[in-house]
Ligand binder design. Structure first.
Ligand SMILES: Nc1ncnc2c1ncn2[C@@H]1O[C@H](COP(=O)(O)OP(=O)(O)OP(=O)(O)O)[C@@H](O)[C@H]1O
Ligand SMILES: [Mg+2]
Length: 249
């Protein structure tokens, strides 16, 4: 089983959108996939038309003793299940920062599923606190969406500083440009600068496209609702690049 966390310490960069599309494509390609929605707003859960609720809420997710399998829901797609978000996940940081042992709670929770799934995709929260450290410990790979803006550049610097200070392996971080507008010179310049400054950027860029925003209405992954769109082509390319990295783990 490989665990891939879609993570950024910045909000609104496309984490959930990516986690939903990637999970769908993995399952479609026959990979038994579980998507874990850590967001108290439960956006991934909403996209998959599932009711947000997990047994015992945040305590259930972070407990060693309570098995989580009763909380798992099927989706409309074969081979793709969901561990729904829950409003109580707003308390996750407090629960996960209680003591040193709490740093592996998410890792241990996810280990429960190693027989049932080939891939676990975590839709993370935009934080660099206790829940993020739990995500870093649980994940084999981090996939980081980056909008080519100055603020995202700074956030990316902070992430790499943090990962090296805490001695997490830098090689497990893959990034890609999200919401790209190639008409903007600043986007083009910043993409060049960032590719030269940070390791692990994938080739694929996801453009800023209305088809992606419409996921809120269709409540379907883009490659399911609109398989011949530019947006689907971009996500298919991203998935092709990522699938190779997942295989190599
Ligand atoms: N490539 C894109 N083109 C246009 N809109 C996009 C694109 N990617 C994401 N969006 C839109 O941007 C908004 C934020 O995306 P998303 O919810 O995936 O970000 P997030 O990083 O998960 O946010 P949060 O930090 O709040 O969890 C959503 O309305 C989504 O539809
Ligand atoms: Mg999100």
């Amino acid at each position: 089983m490989v665990t891939l966390a879609v993570y950024s310490n910045k909000g609104g960069v496309g984490k959930t959108t990516t986690a939903v599309n990637i999970s769908y494509m993995a399952a479609r390609d026959g990979i038994r996939t579980l998507i874990v929605d850590l967001d108290p707003q439960s956006s991934a859960t909403f996209y998959f038309r599932v009711k947000p609720k997990i047994k015992k809420g945040a305590r259930g997710l972070s407990s060693r003793k309570k098995p989580l399998d009763k909380s798992i829901k099927g989706t409309d797609y074969p081979a793709l299940d969901l561990l729904p978000g829950d409003f109580s996940h707003r308390k996750l940081d407090a629960i996960l920062s209680r003591n040193r042992r709490s740093r592996k709670l998410l890792l241990n929770a996810i280990k429960q599923f190693c027989k049932e799934y080939d891939l676990v995709v975590i839709d993370s929260l935009p934080s660099i606190s206790a829940s993020a450290e739990n995500v870093f410990r649980a994940a084999d790979l981090l996939l980081v969406p980056v909008i080519p803006t100055t603020l995202c550049f700074r956030t990316h610097e902070k992430l790499f500083e943090f990962l090296s200070k805490k001695r997490y392996k830098g090689s497990m971080v893959y990034s890609f440009f999200s919401m790209v507008d190639r008409r903007k010179r600043m986007h083009l310049e910043l993409m060049d600068t960032m590719r030269a400054s940070f390791p692990g950027f994938l080739e694929t860029e996801i453009p800023y496209l209305a088809t992606v925003e419409r996921m809120g209405i269709t409540r379907e992954p883009v490659p399911a609702s609109d398989p011949f769109s530019l947006a689907s082509e971009a996500y298919e390319n991203l998935w092709a690049e990522l699938a190779q990295r997942i295989e190599a783990v």
